[in-house]
Design a protein around this ligand. Sequence first.
Ligand code: GDP
Length: 480
Amino acid sequence: SKVTVKELAEIMDKNVSEIITKLIGLGIMATINQELDYDTAQIIASEFGVEVEPLEDVTMDDVIDDIEIEPDRPEDLKPRSPVVTVMGHVDHGKTSLLDAIRKTKVTSREAGGITQHIGASEVKVNDKKIVLLDTPGHEAFTSMRARGAKVTDIAILVVAADDGVMPQTIEAINHAKAAEVPIIIAINKMDKPSANPDRVKQELADHGILIEEWGGDVISVPVSALNGENIDTLLEMILLVAEMEEFKANPNRKAIGTVIEAQLDVGKGSVATILIQNGTLKIGDSVVIGTTHGRIRAMMNDKGKRVNVAGPSTAVEITGLSEVPEAGDQLFAVEDDKIARAIVEKRINKIKAEQLKASQKISLDALFSQMEQGQIKDLNLIVKADVQGSVEAVKQSLIKLSNDEVVINPIHGGVGAITETDVNLAAASNAIIIGFNVRPTASADSLAKKENVDIRSYRVIYKAIEDIEAAMKGMLDPEF
Ligand code: GDP
């Protein structure tokens, strides 16, 4: 944090010339607009007998750990519309199905209007709303989930009646199950002469999806995205499942949502489509999205219409953000801009600190310099070997190397290949991994590179001892 000579004078209610005189006394030739660092400002202030607090609002920092999400009271919850993702094997008709749904539901009034692509669209069925996410496939679904976002309430699993259950069908089933999202089966391409829905049902049963006709609880609807057959029924089934699941949200709280899409628009700046999941977003609201903040300048719905408020289960494209957020980032509306900035600043600092920590992970080669600075006196090790006997032998030989100044500390030992779990443990505890007749798995290897974890593989114990001893020599306090 910095302050100019002029600002400092104003804060302390002194003349600029008095400040400059004091600065000259410190050997600093300053001008009125010169920026002074905190330490200098503090010295000057103390010369005038003024106690200085850090100039930036650090108290805010202490208050806001991050956003606290208060749970809703049950009586504040109102039913909300379902949000649906279409999944299934390539070419089974995901895109066609989305198009068919939208086409059947475009009202005559909207027909003239141009539907905007914002990443999600809404259809009305019997006066009830369904939100469709426009990016079909389970990759988008899962990458969002990997980022901690859950945006889908119901998964429509499209299976082509002429092709049956295929690898990506099975993947989609597993992803939906892992996310605990209810599935509705759309058996598509029923118009084709080669359509064989019974085979589809059988194959689904083989993969643990038992449809209602077969005594299970999964709804299936035979459809044709091509000629629109049964699309209405499919939509009604979505509403039925939604009703059973009782999706609810509290419209009367600050908005919480997830970024569906985001990009830089030449005219509008950073734009993002947000699926509002709880609360209501309003024009002028201050928001935090990942490490981005802003104030909602404008909102546009999927019909390209400007809106001033967006409640639960609504997708809106927003403008007014400082930067382009990432899909899957969560949006939180907060009290005001100051808080939004403080939260973002804190998040960025946290990320920086984590990156720094990652880049400081110990490698045996780097030990010397770190030890020289007297920073580390414990050498944490993880020992993996092909047989338990070797694990113990390696551990014992290495522990014996401990001396008054450096303690060898095996924090974990085990039999088998070096895995991601080992690397994560090493990263968390600044440990080196010693592999004896074992190698890291490919994923462990790449994680280790990312986390800067040193993995050393040996075939003979004395080589390991030699290396550790050499590193320890660097760890010892220099003797004079
Ligand atoms: P996606 O890869 O799952 O998104 O599949 P698409 O929607 O791109 O459809 C793949 C192909 O199947 C396209 O040539 C569509 O025209 C065709 N298709 C989709 N639905 C139907 C249908 O109900 N009947 C027939 N006959 N063809 C369809």
